[in-house]
Design a protein around this ligand. Structure first.
Ligand code: NDP
Length: 299
């Protein structure tokens, strides 16, 4: 079998267009413009690229974007004061603190200081608890993007066997909760799982988020399964040792030869993450203003 490519770049453009159309309607009908505030502490180059991209795409969608770049030695008290100020600002509907934070700052204290209704990353403990108990919440962007791709490809997911490899709080656990909410039968695998290959081969849907380039080969995949590769790893370029390239956690060639469908890296889950951040911002804005939420931008 040769897998169909699930094109996240293409689908994320559809999501961004939907967001932009709804922003236009909010402005015209209610004089409301969704606003996203992003806080970065320090000058980590990868974070700077992510923050810049988020700002650019927010503006392209017609929303207000404000970025707060704080010095690496900013105190926790000062950071919390800024979060509190943004919590109170009615023009700000989404607040995102770019992770990782410098080590002297306690990430969970900072994330849990964000007003849950503005927590567009979906990492606040209230949103985590709401998702885990199947209630309406703000959903973490990467798992939300994966679910949108799966629904787009399969329609209803009910009754399918889903295996999620990885149990992090930002990807693996929320992904499993979302698939459970969509009536899949879930297995969460991790570094202590016995006979991971056999566990993965039971999957109709295999979501991989381990942070190990090319770890999941064709031997882990059932014929015809759908494989979602969340991994983003920078590796040395095979043809030019001076260069690097991005690689997923899935060994693309051997898995694509067996799977029914697969997301590529780059161009799969990655572009969906920022699109879902925009989707979460407009969802938060609508909820805060008591307005109808756009269809298909959350679950
Ligand atoms: P974490 O390091 O937080 O978690 C990795 C998980 O993989 C852990 O649960 C770990 O198990 C498990 N794991 C590691 N090695 C193995 C192994 N050999 N066998 C089975 N399980 C293993 O990573 P994240 O969840 O934050 O990220 C995972 C990947 O997704 C990374 O490549 C990251 O860059 C990417 N990512 C991509 C995003 C996107 O926008 N597309 C967004 C976020 C992440 P244990 O718990 O037992 O240690």
């Amino acid at each position: 079998m040769t897998a169909r490519i699930i094109d996240g770049k293409d689908f994320s453009a559809t999501v961004r267009t939907k967001v932009a159309d709804h922003v236009t309607r909010l402005k015209a009908d209610y004089d409301v413009t969704p606003g996203l505030a992003v806080i970065q502490v320090g000058t980590d180059p990868a974070s700077q690229v992510y923050v810049r991209n988020k700002g650019r795409q927010t503006v392209e969608a017609g929303m207000n974007s404000c970025q707060h770049n704080l010095d690496a030695d900013t105190s926790e008290a000062d950071l919390l004061m800024l979060v509190e100020q943004l919590n109170r600002d009615p023009a700000v509907h989404g607040i995102l603190v770019q992770l990782p934070l410098p080590v002297h700052l306690n990430e969970s204290v900072v994330i849990n200081a964000i007003a849950p209704e503005k927590d567009v990353d979906g990492f606040h403990i209230s949103n985590v608890g709401l998702l885990a108990t199947g209630q309406r919440s703000i959903i973490p962007c990467t798992p939300l993007g994966c679910l949108m791709l799966l629904r787009e490809h399969h329609g209803a997911l009910g009754g399918m066997n889903a295996v999620v490899v990885g149990r992090s709080n930002i990807v693996g656990k929320p992904m499993a909760n979302l698939l459970l909410k969509d009536n899949c039968t879930i297995t969460i695998a991790h570094s202590r799982t016995k006979d991971l290959e056999a566990v993965c081969r039971r999957a109709d849907i295999l979501v991989v988020a381990v942070g190990r380039p090319g770890m999941i080969t064709g031997d882990y995949v059932r014929e015809g399964a759908t494989v979602i590769d969340v991994g983003i790893n920078r590796i040395r370029h095979p043809d030019d040792p001076e260069k690097t390239k991005l690689a997923g956690d899935v060994h693309f060639a051997s898995v694509a030869a067996k799977a029914g469908a697969i997301t590529p890296v780059p161009g799969g889950v990655g572009p969906m993450t920022i699109a879902c951040l925009l989707a979460n911002t407009i969802t938060a804005c609508c909820r805060m203003n008591g307005l109808a939420e756009p269809e298909g931008l959350t679950v």
